[in-house]
Design a protein around this ligand. Structure first.
Ligand code: GDP
Length: 283
């Protein structure tokens, strides 16, 4: 959450990922289901091109159900194993097991063809900060948290969590860096609260969110804030300030406070299940 991305950090994260790639067979890539495009870093395609990949659309409990299905289809069409998840809820993670097994099967078959036997499949979790990697590892592997420790052939310092017969998970997730060169990426990650607020002005951000919601989820703001009139985003923000009695100096409306309330409501799911990025139309 608090990682500020300077070029040095990105280089370091990338180098770490390259190192970890040598140790694993399967990447469990976490993306945020509310922003499946902006929370991904396509560099992973290159870094992990020899690896099996399972894309987990995490925080799907906060995203639009229809969009969830469309994104799921989209990733499957791209040739990935994909799954919707709410990592805070262990039962939703049960359906990951068969997919992991399926993704690993290819690898085992390949091993068998090469005469390699009884080698455990090794997996790692990867994703940008705040996407839910630690939560996922704790939920998925929490009970099985007996560390396998350092063994011959295992890079010193790396800890593996045994997840069952023949499957081990690296206990530290791979950190991917967001694609900040696209300004929309920074904006959307700020909207979901995954980069610090100071980077982007809350009021501006809230106006963009209002414009998006008016277009994609009509009625949602009117319902929550009991708005009376339609108008441009700034007018809507003014009405939110009015209905929530956001005042400064006694009687002046505070747009800043209203923007803060709106962003908090969105980030905590009080506005409902919302996806900020639409899935590309299924081809
Ligand atoms: P990391 O930086 O990728 O390791 O992310 P964390 O595991 O620290 O999670 C960041 C925040 O997202 C925490 O407040 C979690 O409780 C929350 N979180 C993680 N997974 C989910 C999920 O599937 N649904 C919801 N609603 N919140 C989640």
């Amino acid at each position: 959450m608090d990682i500020q991305w300077y070029p040095g950090h990105m280089t370091k994260a990338k180098r770490q990922m390259q190192e970890d790639m040598k140790l694993i067979d399967l990447i469990i890539e976490l993306v945020d289901a509310r922003v499946p495009r902006s929370s991904r870093n396509p560099d992973i395609d290159q870094l992990g091109k020899q690896k099996s990949r399972l894309i987990l659309l995490n925080k799907s409990d906060m995203a639009d159900e229809r969009q969830n299905q469309m994104w799921l289809e989209y990733f499957k069409k791209q040739g990935f194993y994909a799954l919707l998840a709410d990592s805070r809820n262990k039962t939703t993670l049960r359906s990951i097991q068969p997919l992991v097994a399926e993704a690993c099967k290819e690898k085992l078959e390949r091993d068998a063809r090469r005469g390699i036997k009884n080698r455990p499949i090794r997996a790692m979790v990867a994703g940008i900060p705040n996407v839910g990697k630690s939560t996922f590892i704790n939920s998925y592997a929490g009970r099985a948290c007996a560390k396998t420790g350092n063994r011959p052939g295992v890079t010193k310092g790396k800890q593996w969590i045994r997840l069952g017969k023949g499957l081990e998970l690296l206990d530290t997730p791979g950190i991917l860096w967001p694609k900040f060169d696209d300004p929309e990426v920074g904006e959307r990650l700020a909207m979901i609260g995954s980069v610090r607020d100071e980077i982007l002005n809350t009021e501006e951000l809230s106006l963009k969110l209002i414009a998006f919601l008016m277009e994609a989820y009509p009625g949602i703001l009117e319902g929550r804030y009991a708005l009376k009139e339609e108008g441009a985003p700034l007018e809507i923000l003014r009405q939110i300030a009015e209905s929530r009695k956001c005042l400064v100096r006694g009687s002046e409306l505070s747009y800043e406070k209203a923007a803060g309330i709106l962003m908090d409501d969105f980030r905590s799911g009080k506005l409902g299940r919302i996806t900020l990025e639409q899935a590309p139309e299924a081809q």
